[in-house]
Design a protein around this ligand. Structure first.
Ligand code: ZN
Length: 660
């Protein structure tokens, strides 16, 4: 599973570089660079391991293009050749349109939009492209035989290959989807093929179909397995070449895990992949980590075939240390919480979260990148061995910095004045992270049910109230002097911008994600609205949160932070009581009164103001380069070189990591 950044509304940060974060903008996309702060301090052996894993990662990127659509590589390479060799006028509108189209193809790993899955059509003509190709010597294209017949039609004929993922029930999802996971087979044939293979009584079922294309040849349906000696062999051979180097320098248990992965790539045996995943989920000691393989099945309408992806990352020591400190003090937080002592846990255990920094992305995670992963995906492994949930901190930060860098942002639009904006830029993003840590590491685990109360007593209101309880626990404690004492909060003021942001978001800004006229239904969004709305109402007489109008625009401003903390503590005590006693009626009343209905006037206003910001909704990344430093013919170090040219990185990758 991946966690995407589309839902992010926060921004701000602890430390930041002055170099621009956004390196390119086109269409509905912005391309961002990310920094890897702790790399320099790593021991040489870990840098070496990262370097090999990163090469293995980049060698897989061509697979993803081919999986998305059978002509993607031909389209991309033809356009890359054109881009590098055209000597005509590069200032015309048509050339600019060609450049934009090529940037989009790179971003989507093909000619279908990375998010909507719909084919995008160029803003230049077929005639223009053919004229440009005519001016370039044929040998430049090598064996490409540029864009003859079908390939050209695929680009320009809007009625062909409309989507790579059709999910319309009732249609043949295989025949109408133009991904490259199937060829010549109908949905019924696919379903029968895998139904025949499955053993419904196997407690450890094999993920049949995960690493193969299903084709019909001479009337026979069969799999073309992605492995050495099978489909994608040239790319997988190179991946394995680098993985073997990584294996040689890795320490146990990672060394054995890499060996299992190599064995899987060599044999295509999915039992080997399971073995690798079990080893991976049990490994909690390796500082350097990676994903490399056929992982997520979102691109297959039947959810069986996995796209290739790669991520290399290592532990974010500072963030991991923070969650450890919080967890170690879990009992103190529990004993001092504002809830009735009967509802506190006598013995509580904090959870520590795994936070990493990414250093190389490829395949399905590049350029568009998740901010977290939760693996492995096989249900039986999750059941028997658990899973690892990983947050990629530096990617989250880069998204935040980029959002602030845009001339307009939700922060500048919805914060009341410059002081509020500045305060948020100084502490906001960091303190939002602290809030998440408190929510995840302590909030959910705190409190106890009274004897005889069922854990499902709150019924359909359970998830919203549970999220509210965890959020309130975090909100209450982030303003506590204990956090400054533990060295987690920088000072006694730093929580304030996070409070302002929480209220602004809960009462107003978050509804940019709800269609006009619809109710607020998602549990996390309901929880935020519940808390913000309840505090707004309870504090109205004292003016704790004030609704202000300026130039016809609405703002919500926190006037008294300490009093707001008092309200958070009151509501936390009440929601804990509701949970501990299983008071369904009171829980229902809270949610129905405060969490569901959006004021239509405010909703309309927030949507209009958001639309006027004209933000690029999709973000993706350039990777930094990892460069070996040699002395007397020996590698003595590895350096990070930041790249700020999306176009150049794509052209370079196209040549250097050509594997298919
Ligand atoms: Zn939660």
């Amino acid at each position: 599973m991946t966690v995407t950044a589309l839902a992010l509304t926060s921004c701000g940060g602890a430390s930041r570089s002055e170099t621009p974060w956004i390196v390119d903008r086109f269409d509905d996309i912005k391309v961002i660079r990310y920094e890897v702060p702790g790399f320099e301090q790593l021991p040489l052996e870990e840098k070496e391991l990262i370097y090999y894993l990163a090469e293995a990662t980049k060698c897989g990127r061509d697979i993803m293009f081919d999986q998305n659509f059978k002509y993607n590589l031909a389209v991309r390479r033809t356009l890359e050749t054109v881009y590098e060799n055209y000597e005509g006028d590069r200032t015309t509108a048509e050339w600019k349109a060609l450049e934009k189209y090529l940037k989009k193809v790179w971003f989507a790993n093909g000619i279908h939009h990375h998010y909507s899955n719909d084919k995008f059509v160029p803003e230049f003509t077929e005639g223009y492209l053919l004229d440009v190709i005519e001016t370039i010597p044929e040998e430049k294209f090598g064996e490409l035989n540029p864009l003859r017949g079908e390939v050209c039609k695929a680009i320009f004929d809007a009625s062909l290959y409309k989507t790579r993922l059709n999910q319309t029930a009732g249609e043949d999802l295989i025949a109408t989807s133009s991904n490259n996971y199937y060829e010549g087979v109908t949905q019924a044939e696919v379903e029968k093929f895998y139904a025949d293979m499955a053993d419904p009584h196997d407690p450890e079922p094999i993920s049949y179909g995960l690493n193969s294309k299903l084709v019909k040849e001479d009337g026979v349906v069969r799999e073309r397995v992605w492995k050495i000696g099978g489909m994608y062999s040239p790319a997988i051979e190179k991946i394995v070449y680098w993985l073997e180097k990584a294996q040689a320098v890795a320490a146990e248990p990672q060394k054995s895990n890499i060996a299992a992965l190599i064995s899987y790539y060599k044999t295509g045996d999915l039992r080997e992949f399971d073995r690798y995943n079990i080893g991976w989920v049990k490994d909690t000691v390796s500082n350097v980590d990676f994903v490399n393989g056929f992982i997520e099945d979102y691109g297959d309408p039947l959810g069986r075939k996995a796209s290739w992806e790669g991520i290399v990352d290592f532990m974010d020591k500072e963030a991991c240390h923070r969650t450890e400190v919080i967890s170690e003090n879990a009992q103190w937080f529990e004993d001092n919480s504002p809830v009735d002592p009967r509802f506190r846990k006598p013995h509580v255990k904090g959870v520590s979260a795994k936070v990493v920094d990414g250093i190389t992305l490829a395949g399905a995670t590049y350029p568009a990148t998740p901010i977290g992963i939760n693996l492995p995906n096989a249900d039986w492994i999750r059941r028997d061995y658990g899973s690892q949930s990983v947050t990629i901190a530096n990617i989250t930060h880069a998204y935040d910095y980029a959002a602030q860098e845009s001339p307009k942002s939700t922060l500048t639009e919805f914060a009341y004045d410059q002081a509020e904006i500045d305060a948020y830029k100084q502490y906001g993003s960091y303190t939002d992270e602290i809030h998440t840590d408190l929510h995840e590491c302590l909030g959910h685990g705190s409190g106890q049910l009274l004897p005889g109360v069922s854990s499902t007593a709150l019924g359909e209101y359970q998830s919203t109230l549970e999220e509210a309880r965890a959020d309130l626990f975090g909100l209450y404690y982030m303003a506590d002097p204990k956090l400054v004492e533990l060295g987690i909060m920088p000072n006694a003021e730093a929580y304030k911008p996070a409070y302002s942001n929480y209220i602004r978001n809960g009462l107003f800004v978050q509804f940019t994600r709800v269609e006009l006229g619809k109710q607020n239904t998602e549990a996390h969004m309901q929880n935020r609205k519940l808390i913000a709305e309840w505090c707004y109402e309870k504090g109205a007489a004292r003016g704790i949160i004030e609704k202000k109008m300026r130039d016809g625009k609405t703002y919500f401003v926190v006037n008294d932070y300490e009093a707001l903390r008092g309200l958070f503590s009151e509501l936390l005590a009440e929601i804990q009581r509701i949970k501990s006693e299983g008071d369904y009626a009171a829980g229902k009343n809270l949610v129905e009164t405060y969490a569901v209905n959006i004021d239509p006037q405010l909703h309309k206003e927030v949507l209009e103001r958001y639309a006027a910001l004209n933000l690029k909704p999709y973000g993706g990344f350039v990777n930094p380069d990892i460069v070996p430093v040699e002395k007397d013919g020996k590698v003595v170090d590895y350096k990070i070189v930041y790249v700020d040219n999306y176009l150049q990185q794509q052209l370079d990758y196209g040549k250097k990591y050509r594997t298919l």
